[in-house]
Design a binder for this molecule. Structure first.
Ligand code: PAF
Length: 287
C-alpha cells in the first residue's frame, strides 16, 4: 500500500491504473477509521481492481463552532487499518494541497441540504460537495463509496453525480452498528461512559417508530413515538427526527415507496446521527 500526500503523485498513479484498463473504487473519509469505513473499503475491494482511500478532515464542511480542530486524527493507526482491508493507495493531502487558492467559487447543495442536518449545519453540504467534486476529478473513480449513516450526504452526492453527469457510480453501504445497536461513528469517542450507555436508545427509538409507521401510516405519530422513546431513555436533546422519502428527501405521501427515518440527537455535547431506510413493505437492511 502506498501513501501519497500530493495531487501530482495521486494523478500519476491514477493515470497508470487507467492506462492498464482497471476500475477504481474511491472511499472518501475524514480518517479515524472504524468498522463503518472498513465496510466501505471491503465493498470497494470486492467491486474494483484498484482501491483509493482518502483521508482529509475537510475544513469547508465544518461550521465556525464545530469540532474541526478537535476532530480525531491518527494517520499511523488509519494506515494499518486501511492496509488490512486491502486499500491500494491512501491519499492524505494537507489543507494547502487541497485548497491552495480561494477564488470564492462554491457549489450550492440546494433543496436537499436545507433540511435535516443541513438545517442546523448551514453550508455543511456545500463543503462536502466541494471536496467530493475535487476528489472525483483527482481519483477518477469508477465507483465511490459512502455510508448509509450519512444518508442525507449520500442522497445529495447522488444528486450531484446525476445532475452534473459525473462518470461514476455512487454506492451506499449499510450502517455498521455496535452490538447494542449504536451506529459506529468517529465521534463516539467523545461520549463519556454514562453517555455511551444511553446512546443506543436512539436506534431503539427509531426501530419502534418504524413499526408505528408500518401500522398507522401516520408520519406525525411516528415521529412522536421516536421522540418520546429517546427523551424518556436518554438525557439527550433532540436536534431533529424526521420521516421523509428517500433518496429525494420530500414529505411522505401514499405514493412514497422508500422512506428514511432520520435522527440527530445531542447526547451531552456530542451530536449523534442515525437512520433507518425502509420500504413501504417494511424491508430494511438494518433491522
Ligand atoms: O462522510 C465523510 O466522512 C465526509 O463528509 C466526506 C464524504 C469524506 C467528505 O469530507
Amino acid at each position: 500500500m502506498e501513501v501519497v500526500k500530493t495531487i501530482a503523485e495521486l494523478k500519476k498513479i491514477v493515470k497508470k491504473v487507467k492506462q492498464d484498463g482497471k476500475t477504481i473504487g474511491l472511499v472518501p473519509t475524514m480518517g479515524y477509521l472504524h468498522e463503518g469505513h472498513m465496510a466501505l473499503a471491503t465493498e470497494a475491494r470486492k467491486e474494483n481492481d484498484f482501491v483509493i482511500m482518502s483521508f482529509f478532515v475537510n475544513p469547508t464542511q465544518f461550521g465556525p463552532n464545530e469540532d474541526y480542530e478537535s476532530y480525531p486524527r491518527d494517520l499511523e493507526r488509519d494506515k494499518k487499518i486501511a492496509e488490512s482491508v486491502g486499500v491500494d493507495v491512501i491519499f492524505a493531502p494537507s489543507v494547502e494541497e487541497m485548497y491552495p487558492t480561494d477564488g470564492g467559487i462554491r457549489i450550492h447543495a440546494g433543496r436537499q441540504a436545507t433540511i435535516l442536518c443541513g438545517a442546523s449545519r448551514p453550508g455543511h453540504f456545500d463543503g462536502v460537495l466541494q471536496v467530493v467534486t475535487k476528489l472525483f476529478h483527482l481519483a477518477e473513480p469508477t465507483r465511490a463509496y459512502f455510508g448509509q449513516k450519512d444518508a442525507q450526504q449520500a442522497a445529495i452526492i447522488s444528486t450531484l453525480v446525476r445532475d452534473f453527469n459525473f462518470p461514476l457510480e455512487i454506492r451506499t453501504v449499510p450502517i455498521v452498528r455496535e452490538e447494542d445497536g449504536l451506529a459506529k461513528s468517529s465521534r463516539n469517542v467523545y461520549l463519556s461512559p454514562a453517555e455511551r450507555k444511553e446512546a443506543p436508545a436512539i436506534y431503539r427509538g427509531l426501530k419502534r417508530a418504524k413499526e408505528e409507521y408500518l401500522l398507522s401510516k401516520n408520519a406525525e405519530k411516528t415521529i412522536q413515538v421516536a421522540k418520546d422513546y429517546i427523551l424518556s431513555n436518554t438525557s439527550g436533546r433532540i436536534d431533529y427526527i424526521e420521516l421523509l422519502s428517500y433518496p429525494d428527501l420530500q414529505q411522505v405521501d401514499e405514493k412514497t415507496d422508500q422512506f428514511v427515518l432520520a435522527a440527530a440527537v445531542f447526547i451531552g455535547k456530542t451530536r449523534l446521527i442515525d437512520n433507518i431506510i425502509f420500504t413501504k413493505e417494511g424491508e430494511t437492511e438494518n433491522v
